[in-house]
Design a protein around this ligand. Structure first.
Ligand code: GLU
Length: 557
């Protein structure tokens, strides 16, 4: 086509577009940031499904941007109206905030919780950016780098079948690119006939050409040039991901594109597209997919099979957000775990995040590991904080437990303070829901009156020990005096005062002080394991300790 014809075509297809790329450059000028400042973004699709991948990409972009004194923004990629769910953008923003990912700019929530734009580089919802994409579409037409294609679904399917039969590569290229070189008159006829069209990129690439590209995580990757005339605008004028990515990340002045490595296959096309549009290529950080062990083999975490892929899962199960974030950091940066061990309470911002320390292959996601991380994190929290978190979680997900737990906050905080503080805090809790199993016995509703005593002793022995103990128990005893009394009871019943005495001569005794402690523990807590019994009894209080023991004595008759 002649230059004149190209102009005619561009005006025919985009009669309303009067702005030019130069106008866009002026509207969205380069950011004024110090040298080395990274501009990164999270660009999720509002499908209503917020997942670990969003947090992994979000944390990576957030760290890279903020660590360098740059900018992090949120762009909502809602070009696929079929997949969009009402309220999904709002949920997404709230959920990411919950995981500590806050944006400097982009789609945001206003005071009424409504979605709004914050910043100078918007709109930040792709569905509101059609006028911008069309400026570049028109430009590409003028430069003969794009053309309209009127092929029907049936025709495209037929090409696909032919390619399959010929064992040729799939796609719109070569002799299948039916509209690539059509005269203007054909295009005008098709338009006059009201046929729908898409805008295709005119690829000048060849699969014979290979080159190297440096990804910030994957390192040097081999690229084969793209020779497919991919779609840039769909028949409704909405861009494909590829076109929107190039236009948006250029105009929003993104320096680093952090995204899932499922996009690596499209990189040759993106490189080509940025060049055709005259844009500087950003740096790419392609994050490997999360994997899990399934039996003895690894597979990708799947939305359908693995509930743990959804962020809502962690909320419902009661994982502290700090634990999820710390665990994801261990997945993202290979040196994070060592750093955390050396700096157990340091804020995340003190860690030097680096794309170089990221795993090029898919990382393994391991719930057991997450629980270990979480136990450490919870063990360092104050009882106050744990109380608040457990209350928050239980009020939403276990109202029955919440009613007991929140009845007397000081009592529950005393329960949670057992074994807290000091160098070796207890590590009983990985999730908020663990509190019920670990400390339920502190609440009469969850105390098990049918606890099992050590099998080796008959009822009468246990009963006598409990009777004797109840008669000497004094809630004002300090820990030493308290234990002396259990030893006294033990001795009076023919049990060894000390475990080592028993071990030296087991036939001489019925058992040892540990066994008698066990009887008391089962009577008071309903279970054979509990945190420090002395503290437990102090918190439960004299009245209930004696009531529980008395009740057990009756049951043992
Ligand atoms: N909407 C794309 C996705 O969710 C964004 C990829 C990107 O970050 O560029 O996969």
């Amino acid at each position: 086509m002649t230059e004149n014809e190209l102009k005619q075509l561009a005006d025919l297809l985009f009669p309303d577009v009067i702005k030019t790329p130069a106008d866009m450059e002026e509207m969205f000028p380069p950011r004024k940031l110090p040298e080395g400042a990274i501009v990164s973004r999270l660009a999720p699709s509002p499908t209503g499904f917020v997942h670990l991948g969003n947090v992994m990409q979000g944390l990576t972009s957030e760290r890279l941007a903020h660590q360098s004194g740059g900018v992090l923004f949120l762009r909502v990629e809602d070009t696929d109206a079929k997949r969009e769910v009402a309220g999904a953008s709002e949920t997404l923003i709230e959920m990411l905030k919950h995981y500590g990912i806050e944006f400097d700019e982009g789609a945001a929530l206003d005071a009424d919780g409504m979605i709004c734009d914050k910043g100078e580089y918007g709109p930040y919802k792709q569905s509101q950016r059609a006028f911008i994409y069309h400026v570049y579409a028109k430009q590409l037409l003028l430069e003969n780098k794009a053309y309209p294609c009127f092929c029907t679904e049936e025709e495209l399917e037929q090409f696909h079948n032919e390619q399959e039969a010929e064992k040729a590569n799939f796609g719109y290229y070569g002799r299948w690119a039916k509209w690539r070189d059509r005269p203007l008159s054909d295009i005008i006829d098709a338009l006059n006939a009201g046929k729908p069209w898409v805008l295709r990129f005119r690829s000048e690439g060849s699969i014979e050409h290979k080159f190297k590209y440096n990804d910030l995580i994957k390192g040097e990757v081999d690229i084969t040039e793209n020779d497919i005339d991919h779609v840039l605008l769909k028949s409704d004028g909405i861009p494909t991901y590829h076109f929107a990515h190039a236009v948006d990340d250029h105009l929003m002045r993104t320096t680093h594109v952090v995204r899932g490595d499922e996009w690596l296959a499209s990189l040759p096309f993106h490189i080509q597209l940025f060049k055709a549009l005259g844009f500087k290529l950003p740096k790419y950080v392609h994050i490997g997919t999360l994997m899990k062990m399934d039996g003895t083999s690894k597979r990708k975490l799947s939305k359908r099979k693995d509930p743990e892929l959804a962020l809502s899962y962690y909320k419902k199960e009661g994982y502290p957000t700090e634990s999820v974030v710390d665990y994801i950091m261990t997945i993202l940066n290979s040196n994070f775990e060592d750093w955390r061990r050396a700096n157990p309470t340091a804020p995340l911002d003190d860690f030097k995040f680096s794309a170089k320390k990221m795993n090029a292959a898919g990382s393994l996601f391991d719930i057991a590991k997450l629980c270990d991380v979480s136990k450490n994190i919870i063990s360092r929290m104050t009882a106050e904080k744990v109380y608040d978190e457990v209350s928050g979680w239980a009020s939403e997900f276990d109202p029955e437990f919440y009613a007991e737990f929140s009845k007397d906050p000081d009592y529950s905080k005393a329960v949670l303070s057992i074994g807290r503080g000091g160098n070796k805090p207890r590590k009983d809790l990985a999730v908020w829901s663990d509190v019920k199993g670990y400390a339920g016995f502190f609440y009469d509703k969850y105390y098990n009156a049918d606890g099992e005593y050590p099998e080796a002793f008959d009822k009468a022995t246990v009963r006598t020990a409990l009777e004797k103990y109840a008669s000497v128990y004094d809630e004002n005893d300090d820990q030493t005096a308290w234990f002396e009394k259990i030893k006294d009871v033990s001795e009076s019943l023919g049990f060894a005062r000390e475990t080592k005495e028993y071990k030296a001569n087991p036939v001489a005794y019925k058992g040892h002080v540990g066994d008698v402690s066990s009887f008391i523990r089962v009577a008071v807590t309903g279970q054979q394991n509990s945190p420090d019994l002395y503290q437990v009894m102090r918190i439960i209080g004299k009245g209930r300790v004696l009531a529980r023991i008395g009740n057990q004595i009756d049951k043992l008759k």
